[in-house]
Design a protein around this ligand. Sequence first.
Ligand code: SF4
Length: 732
Amino acid sequence: MPAARPLFDYPKYWAECFGPAPFLPMSRAEMDQLGWDSCDIIIVTGDAYVDHPSFGMAVIGRLLEAQGFRVGIISQPDWQSKDAFMQLGKPNLFFGIAAGNMDSMINRYTADRKVRSDDAYTPGGKGGSRPDRASLVYSQRCREAFKDVPIILGGIEASLRRIAHYDYWQDKVRRSILLDARADLLLFGNAERAIVEVAQRISRGDSVADMTDIRGTAFIRKDSPQGWFELDSSRIDRPGKVDKIINPYVNTQDTSACAVEQAKGDSQATESDVQVLELLPHPRLERDRTVIRLPAYEKVKGDPVLYAHANRVLHLETNPGNARALVQRHGDQEVWFNPPPIPLSTEEMDYVFDLPYARVPHPVYGDAKIPAYDMIRFSVNIMRGCFGGCTFCSITEHEGRIIQNRSHDSIIREIEAIRDTVPGFTGVISDLGGPTANMYRVACKSREIEASCRKPSCVYPGICENLDTDHSSLIGLYRKARELPGVKKILIASGLRYDLAVESPEYVRELVTHHVGGYLKIAPEHTENGPLDKMMKPGIGSYDRFKQMFEKYSKEAGKEQYLIPYFIAAHPGTTDEDMMNLALWLKRNGFRADQVQAFYPSPMASATAMYHSGKNPLRKVSYKSESVGTVKGERQRRLHKAFLRYHDPNNWPLLRETLKAMGRSDLIGNSKQHLIPTFQPAVDSYQSARRKNSTPAGSPKAGRLLTQHTGLPPRETGKRKSAKGKPRPGAR
Ligand code: SF4
């Protein structure tokens, strides 16, 4: 892995003398109180400003403040004119713009493209406080406000839209957001390294136009620079004969086409068979001077197969240890993408998480509830990144698949800070986790192998033999946290990678005995191999193995507790029959889905490329390569969701009609083995969970199943209280 300059190793900007602000200012009055005549950097964000390390504007703002800069925040501005973007005056260095913690379109619209009425990142939970494609609109307004101030775009929306991307809401391929936003620079992935480097250089008087060498950045250039070797993407991923690949550099789903992998099962090589390969550097192929040319926007826009190919190549070039620069032409402009950022070290993660966050929303919001804050205010993020590689998820694309861990000491300090300073703390830490609950300190056995690997997942199709699955550091952390005075309970609410957990029975025992609050969320996502393969998720057998362990240790601990499995309807690669089989499995196992999660094609995800192109980008893509069935029409999407909620009488007419057409009338009847009954209730007495906004109440119940996957708290309707009139758990 290339070395990177530590975040804490930069000289401080002169304004360091002002010291840290209690909150980053949101008004001129606050700036006056701090004695500031101006801000050096202004962050514009689509979320309410919560000064907490789970919120992007706080992390970046506090980090820049620690570098000595004066940072102001413009949160959820009125985007109809430039006025709100001028409220803090002109920044001395630049505007940093982000849509917020979510893509603004996903925040605003449901998977069925309906407008949401709520927004978890807004005071009062009300929708409508940010524009569609917020980072683009904000950039344009900032440009109108102060024409000569550089605009640096960041956050997940910009990150996932940096390349020509399929946009589900417009059902077309859009060009890189960099061009539409007319920003000077786009930072993708976790942006700490890049933003510090950019801020330092601008403060020294460097022009943003000259900053072409910073990892994790994308920018526009007119021509290819001198001294670079350009490689056409079709040359590195051309359909046809597959070159011999030697483990572990093989791609997960290409093993069936790999002669080396196939030969492994038949015979073990004798010593005399062994050939020593000497890899000589190609003078023209130095990695750090090679750029891969992706098909142009104009080509991928009209050709879904080329789009899938470009998506595949992008995903192959995401390991910071071996990724090369990419370039994609848009008209007469080149959009250039430097390799992704180098992951933060533990010392750097601690540095970022130990910054002086107030840990509460800015006082300007008064008593208004911000649902996303309520969800995380007693939880602690212990790591970043995910090596699962689930194709429908953007975490690996954004945070990378190399886990970045905090130290035990830093995490314990944060728990103590919550205990001592956060209003309303009752002794329960609601989560010690991250993108996945149990990847903390789990990593490839060899740094060299890790730096060379191009597999998109370390756990699919099985746990990689090079993965060190030792959970002992995580177990040690749980134990230390439990011992803290004033902490009554530590819950684990992040999704568990159960196929990884079963590798460490001691971990499962620890988790089940001490850290499950009645329910444990896990995400098999499906029961059938067709869709599971396209998701890069393990088979349902892994779920069964984990369930056995979970029940055994729950029993030993004398606890009544249940698994909450999550499933996705309408994922690419899912047939009607797959959904029927899932419904039968649910019925057999006594599960009733409370809410339904339908596949949501987010920008840049591999599953989205499948959805758009009907091709599988997990394998080499060509016009003749494997086709993937997609669920697009309104009726079929409704049907797949209906199978997940086979118990809802509203769905029975559609399911009856479909089962008959599938030749499965045998599943319609009034006894236990049937999926749905023959009769239809006269009155629709069933109230859907979504309408009720229900969540499990009181003590755990077997068979309760949630399929909402946002990680956010359920919406409040104010209608329902538990028997004793107390708010329901999870409905804070
Ligand atoms: S553990 Fe992960 S990084 Fe290491 S070789 Fe396996 S897939 Fe690659």
